[in-house]
Design a binder for this molecule. Structure first.
Ligand SMILES: C[S@@+](CC[C@H](N)C(=O)[O-])C[C@H]1O[C@@H](n2cnc3c(N)ncnc32)[C@H](O)[C@@H]1O
Length: 289
């Protein structure tokens, strides 16, 4: 067996596992934007990785800016786009805690970061810098859709997820392990093992890192400090008809965040669609019971 150490150096195997939900995720993001945001076309994906969501959003006519810390992941993202699609997309190397693009200031309709990537930011200062920087790029009614697992500090056993995928003739088995959280250090040890077997191939890619931890109160405090409010919350089922109830015990969370309007600012209210206007008119003219 050949051993390797960084799954992001092997985007095709990473995506064999994470790529399966792509269409559903973009459907969900578009529906969220219609319901809670502007429904507009300018999207931003911090830590866009190998570009599965960038490619799907672009194929739907959206204008996408993405950035990532890993050149190997971005190279894969560029390769998958046709020359015409590449013109709709801006991709660059950058860190979540630093990214700023002046031409996007106040222009973004949807920023999204769905698969716990936010937890790579390893301090409160880094997380705050990222949220404030992203907020600055959003339209007043734009959304930052942030998906990650909250932490149950009372947990006494490790957590484990196992996924299967395929790349051509190669079989991919993915095991992710989250150790016990350290409440004081605000982090959990993580380990991912990708075992790839196929004709002439037997690889083990083992990656270890720490994820920052948040319980609901810690997450909400951070959002408030960054000038963002939670307009809705869902879980990883990505189902708009079942928002997370207050006090829910599920830990997988998709926070729909919007800039808190600064005092004296005028927020433009989204014009209702012709269809919505007709419905309101019908309701207004219906006889009262
Ligand atoms: C789990 S992948 C998610 C990729 C993509 N968003 C998706 O859904 O497929 C996490 C990505 O975060 C990137 N990353 C980790 N820390 C980062 C940081 N501080 N700034 C920017 N990118 C980072 C990694 O290179 C990797 O591509």
């Amino acid at each position: 067996m050949e051993k390797r150490t960084d799954w992001y150096e092997h985007p095709e195997y990473y995506e064999a596992i994470f790529g399966t939900d792509t269409v559903r995720e973009v459907d969900f993001l578009q529906a969220l934007s219609e319901r809670h945001g502007t429904g507009g076309k300018q999207w931003l994906e911090p830590a866009c990785g190998a570009g599965r969501l960038v490619a799907e959003a672009t194929s739907r006519g959206l204008k996408v800016t993405g950035y990532d810390i890993s050149e190997a992941m971005l190279a894969h993202a560029r390769k998958r786009l046709t020359p015409a699609r590449r013109r709709q997309v801006k991709l660059s190397v950058s860190r979540m805690e630093e990214f700023f693009e002046p031409s996007l200031e106040g222009k973004v309709d949807v920023a999204h970061n769905l698969v716990s990537t936010f937890r790579y930011l390893d301090s409160e200062a880094a997380a705050l810098a990222h949220l404030k920087g992203t907020r600055r790029l959003l339209k007043p009614q734009g959304l930052y859709v942030l998906g990650f697992h909250l932490t149950d500090y009372a947990r006494t056993s490790a957590e484990h997820e196992r996924w299967l995928g395929k790349v051509g003739k190669d079989k991919v088995v993915c095991n992710t392990h989250e150790g016990l959280p350290d409440r004081r250090a605000r982090r959990s040890p993580m380990r991912n093992r990708l075992r790839i077997t196929g004709p002439g191939k037997d690889w083990l890619i083992e990656t270890t890192w720490f994820f920052r931890t948040y319980d609901a109160a810690q997450a909400n405090r951070l959002f408030r400090n960054a000038g963002l409010r939670v307009v809705a919350a869902y879980d990883f089922d990505y189902d708009l008809s079942t928002p997370v109830e207050r006090g829910s015990r599920r830990l997988d969370r998709v926070f729909v965040l919007q800039p808190v309007p600064s005092e004296g600012s005028v927020v433009e209210v989204k014009k209702p669609s012709a269809d919505a206007r007709k419905k309101v008119a019908r309701r207004a003219s219906a006889p009262r019971k």
